[in-house]
Write a protein that binds this ligand. Structure first.
Ligand SMILES: [Zn+2]
Length: 389
């Protein structure tokens, strides 16, 4: 079965051991499907999760980027949630307070452009923005020409003359060669020694330590902890100002600037602790999946069940625990662009919480605890009775 041995793509250490494997997983977690049949026919790939003992970088050694296509049907907007909107407002304020005024801002992987607009829309800040994303949908310029978009993957040749701020949120975990990407970002700011670079990505130590089995999936081929993220940036010619945990510890927020020539950072270190977490996660995986399966069965004794959250987490949970789409009734999502569509891999229908209640759902399994209070409030306001787990 095990076919792949690879050196660490971040630090180059030899033969990172494969610790956890999954077969025939959907390659896309955020692609929308109009029929259950099309959803079940999604392309599938293999996960061989490897952990570098030297730098702690975790990656899918069996990842094949040719299987993926990030086009206009890719839908990962989270802006429907008030909790997420508040979190985003905090990040925007952080960037502006650090001096993003009169700045040329480039966002790599800007999605639908929501975040970049927040940085540019206030005319008094004097910012202009360039968003780059193959999945961008919308006008090529907006806000009186102060914001522009390019529907393409990032290449360093796209560089504007000067770049004052680079933002890249939830992209690097989708990139199989993060070092090549960061070298491209370094080129992008080569004429801007005072540029500030902000990256956000999940923290692998949080996923593994909390044993969130649905937070490992195909689209994410590269997983960082604070140390490996810092190491990757330093190796690529950045001076790292800090790496903080944000969003309840789930994500990492890195701030960096171009380092003067010659500084290439320290040697990789501290990989053992993440490798140990990965080993424990792998050893516990079958038992964790069994516990969640038992919990689903227990809930099903009281009525229909649902998963709340049709993003990557919900897709992975449903594919792990109900691959045939026979025990979970539906998947709830508050994003109206997802409702009426079908979940990749399993073909579960995606519905609003009102429709789930109408279908007779009595229990919903929450995929992200950060939204628990918000979801509970929605149900209460609607006078709906549904247990959240
Ligand atoms: Zn490494």
């Amino acid at each position: 079965m095990r076919s792949t041995v690879r050196d660490c793509p971040v630090c180059g250490a030899a033969a990172a051991p494969v610790l956890h494997e999954r077969d025939a997983v959907p390659v896309h977690q955020n692609l929308l499907f109009d029929t259950a049949e099309a959803a079940r026919a999604v392309a599938r790939g293999r996960i061989e999760l490897a952990a570098c003992m030297a730098c702690g970088f975790v990656f899918n050694a069996a990842f094949d980027e040719r299987l993926l296509s990030y086009g206009a049907r890719y839908e990962n907007a989270q802006d429907c949630s008030p909790a997420f909107a508040a979190y985003v407002a905090d990040l925007v304020a952080r960037i502006v307070d650090a001096g993003a005024r009169g700045a040329q801002i480039v966002e790599l992987g800007c999605g639908k452009g929501t975040f970049l607009r927040r940085l540019v829309e206030d005319v008094s800040l004097g910012n202009s923005g360039l968003g780059i994303d193959p999945a961008y949908v919308g006008p090529e310029t907006d806000l009186d020409g102060r914001i522009r978009f390019r529907r393409t993957f990032f290449e360093s040749a796209d560089a504007a003359d000067t770049v004052d701020v680079v933002v890249c949120r939830h992209v690097i975990e989708h990139v199989a060669s993060p070092v090549a990407m960061l070298e491209g970002v370094r080129d992008l700011v080569s004429a801007s020694p005072h540029a500030r670079v902000y990256f956000e990505t999940p923290c692998v130590d949080w996923v593994l330590g909390n044993r969130v089995i649905w937070d490992i999936f195909y689209e994410h081929c590269s997983y960082f902890n604070p140390r490996s993220l810092r190491y990757a940036f330093e190796r690529c010619g950045f001076a790292v100002g800090g790496v903080r945990h944000v969003f309840g510890g789930q994500y990492l927020w890195l701030e960096a600037s171009p380092a003067p020539p010659g500084g290439r950072g320290a040697a990789p270190s501290g990989g053992e602790s993440t490798a140990a977490l990965a080993r424990e996660f792998a050893a516990a995986f079958e038992s964790l999946a069994g516990q969640w399966g038992a919990s689903l069965g227990d809930a099903a004794a009281h009525g229909k069940t649902a998963v709340w959250g049709a993003g990557a987490k919900g897709v992975t949970f449903a594919n792990l625990l109900d691959p045939q789409g026979t025990s979970i009734d539906c998947v709830i999502d508050i994003n109206p662009r997802k409702q009426g569509r079908y979940l990749p891999g399993t073909g579960h229908p995606i519905v609003s919480y009102r429709e789930a209640a109408h279908r007779g759902v009595r229990t919903a399994f929450l995929m992200n605890p950060n939204y628990a209070a918000e979801n509970r409030a929605l149900l209460e306001q609607a006078g709906l009775n549904m247990e959240l787990r």
